[in-house]
Design a protein around this ligand. Structure first.
Ligand code: GMT
Length: 380
């Protein structure tokens, strides 16, 4: 098949999932065209069957904005027409499903390209709350040939908010279990935690939904009880706040701000626990990736996190904002080696149920059914 993929190119789980999916489809012999406004961060080096079409737009001062989304729609139409794409798989309803709909309008009624939209969360749980945007998100959903979501929790929220005409298909996110497995990072550990301190880790785009003050409060409580270090990986609007809090909470010398990094599996392998106290999280890809590296998760039970982390088995989940319980759970794991071992092994086992191969096959099967479906046939 010939498959176009559009996603956010910047740091974030949706871009990672879209890119890994594209690479895996290409490895299975499909022709994959990334239609993007930047090179996806996990694309890596050259790979057969992968083509990148980058959209660039100039600023037109008189228009007071750069018409990037419209340029993207035009590019989608151009690539779909030129390369005879069967599928346009877009990640996020906003703006990509709407761009894909416009692209199909440009191509005209006889072009067979089918639109698959995968919802990742923010488009529904955050943007969907905005009355002004709700109808355009609905348009993107309704004009897609099939919509998938990365968790049951996200399907439930989408159904409640949008009451879509056709059922939304669940395809959980996945992890490459070869790439994400416990790395030997003893040398790094010796530098970061030279006296055998326990390492807590948080990795995100530091948005408000990640509840960075909770991350800091959990760490400060743990640090009061045992020698520990906190690694913060990633960047975003809440990062400065985290720095200030680390000073105010008098833990600054035990907090390492590592910024945006590529060596995700090695960094995750450094953690004794991953902290994920988010207020919203449709899936929590970072939790899955940490678990694949045998790192148990301590976090909130928001959104789709409980579909990934089994509370009391591969991690501990508490109500959003209950930092006392999260700190107590982290301490339970960090103080008891036998319990930690048990959770660490369970985390890896759980991650194995979200294998890349399995989920890519689910997407492939969906595309095949869609291509075989007659035009105008009822919902898939
Ligand atoms: O969480 C973000 O801020 C980024 C966003 C993204 O674009 O990757 O994450 C969403 O999609 C991920 C991949 O499906 C999920 O693992 C995250 O849970 C989801 N984030 C939220 O729902 C807040």
């Amino acid at each position: 098949m010939k498959i176009g993929i559009s996603c956010y190119a910047t740091l974030g789980g949706s871009g990672a999932v879209a890119t890994e999916l594209g690479k895996a489809l290409a490895a299975r012999g499909h022709e994959v065209h990334f239609i993007v406004s930047g090179i996806p961060f996990r694309l890596g080096l050259f790979q057969d069957n992968i083509y990148v079409h980058e959209v660039e737009t100039a600023m037109y001062p008189v228009l007071r904005s750069s018409p990037l989304d419209l340029a993207l729609a035009a590019k989608m139409a151009d690539v779909a027409g030129q390369f005879e794409l069967d599928i346009l798989h877009v990640h996020y309803a906003m703006p990509y499903a709407v761009c894909a709909f416009l692209a199909r309008e440009i191509l005209g009624g006889d072009h067979p390209v089918r639109i698959v939209t995968t919802l990742h969360g923010t488009d529904i749980t955050v943007l969907g709350q905005d009355p002004l945007l709700r109808d355009i998100i609905r348009l993107g959903i309704e004009k897609s040939d099939v919509v998938t979501a990365v968790s049951q929790s996200l399907i439930d929220q989408t159904n409640e908010l949008f009451e879509p005409r056709c059922p939304i298909r669940k395809i959980h996110n996945f992890v490459d279990l070869d790439l994400f497995s416990k790395a030997d990072v003893r040398h790094l550990r010796a530098k970061i935690a030279p006296d055998g301190e326990r390492i807590l880790l948080h990795m995100s785009n530091f948005r408000e939904v990640k509840r960075i003050p909770d991350v800091m409060a959990i760490f400060a409580s743990v640090r009061k009880e045992i020698p520990a270090k906190l690694l913060l990986v990633g960047e975003g609007p809440e990062l400065d706040h985290a720095r200030k809090l680390s000073e105010q909470m008098c833990v600054a010398r035990d907090v390492h701000f590592l910024g945006k990094r590529d060596e995700v599996a090695a960094l995750l392998s450094l953690g004794d626990v991953l902290l994920l106290p988010s207020s919203k999280e449709s899936f929590g890809l970072v939790a899955l990736e940490a678990m694949a590296c045998s790192v148990p998760v301590v976090g909130s039970d928001a959104g789709g996190i409980p579909e990934v982390v089994e509370d009391g088995v591969s991690g501990f989940l508490s109500p959003v904002g209950d930092v006392d319980s999260m700190a107590a759970n982290a301490l339970r794991l960090l103080r008891d080696d036998a319990l930690w071992q048990q959770f660490s092994q369970a985390a890896r086992r759980r991650a194995q149920t979200f294998s890349l191969d399995d989920k890519v096959s689910q997407y492939e099967a969906l595309y095949e059914r869609l291509v075989a479906r007659r035009e105008g046939a009822p919902c898939l």
